[in-house]
Design a protein around this ligand. Structure first.
Ligand code: PGA
Length: 265
């Protein structure tokens, strides 16, 4: 069992309008008391302000889907982590596989983005994951290490608690193909063991992402090395997100974290 409260992060990607986002977060806060789970929602940047207002006082954190490492400057189209912090954001995703594959962000840049988030006072949800070809050729762990190494050289050990890792096998994202429980446990444990033995990083929080749904989440979350989930598709409908949150709240209760009222529906 994990000693810390589970983490549940919604990645809405380029979905939900400003109005839809506001209604979703208002509906979420109306359906629950302050949750024991660390709940984060990452809307499109233009919907963040409306979501932050709707989340006020609820304990739900609104975050960005990416951020830049500089505070300001000639970086057209980028988001400054310090401005995100100023507007009330709580976290930023960095290194999502869509950023890496479609927008060619490399691990060095992703590490700088994570550092920018941390320095601005945000939590960084740092995404890693292998392609199907990499898994099939047996290179999963070396790919994940490569993705993590620049972060480990930039990040001071005092800032590690500002990082949440998200293991998202690329072949499981948005495909409906979820990694097996054995694959998830084996990969998470291998990452944690490597971080501990090679880098002295004790107990990193590692989320699983990739086709997480209400019907598979309880089993995934019960794995000892899984601390929560990063969810795309199943986070777009309030009802299914509430189901995921309910599973998470039950886990928090099993861990001895006080569970607060949560009504689904
Ligand atoms: P999915 O997306 O849950 O739709 O697979 C996960 C993600 O992209 O973070």
């Amino acid at each position: 069992m994990n000693p810390t409260p589970p983490i549940l992060i919604a990645n809405w990607k380029m979905n939900l309008t400003v109005d839809e986002g506001h209604r979703f977060v208002s509906g979420l806060t109306a359906a629950m008391d302050v949750p024991a789970t660390w709940v984060g929602i990452a809307p499109m940047a233009v919907a963040m302000d409306a979501c932050i207002k709707a989340a006020a006082g609820s304990g739900i954190k609104i975050g960005a889907q990416n951020c830049h490492w500089e505070i300001s400057g000639a970086y057209t189209g980028e988001l400054s982590a310090s401005i995100l912090k100023e507007m009330g954001a709580g976290f930023a995703l960095v290194g999502h596989s869509e950023r890496r594959s479609l927008f060619l962000e490399n691990s060095q840049e992703v590490a700088k983005r994570a550092l920018g988030a941390v320095k601005a006072g945000l939590t960084a949800a740092f995404c890693i994951g292998e392609t199907l070809q990499e898994r099939e050729s047996g290179t999963t762990l070396s790919i994940l290490k490569e993705q993590l190494t620049p972060l480990l050289s930039l990040l001071g050990s005092a800032d590690r608690d500002k990082i949440v890792l998200a293991y998202e096998p690329v072949w499981a994202i948005g495909t409906g193909v979820v990694a097996t429980l054995d694959q998830i446990e084996e990969t998470h444990s291998a990452i944690a063991a490597w971080l501990l033995t090679e880098h002295g990083w004790h107990s990193p929080s590692i989320l699983y992402g990739g086709s997480v749904k209400p019907d598979n989440y309880a089993a995934i979350l019960s794995l000892p090395s899984v601390h929560g989930a990063l969810v795309g598709g199943a986070s777009l409908k309030l009802e299914s997100f509430l189901e995921l949150l309910n599973i998470s709240e039950h886990q928090a209760k099993d861990n001895g974290t006080p569970q607060l009222k949560l009504s689904v529906g």
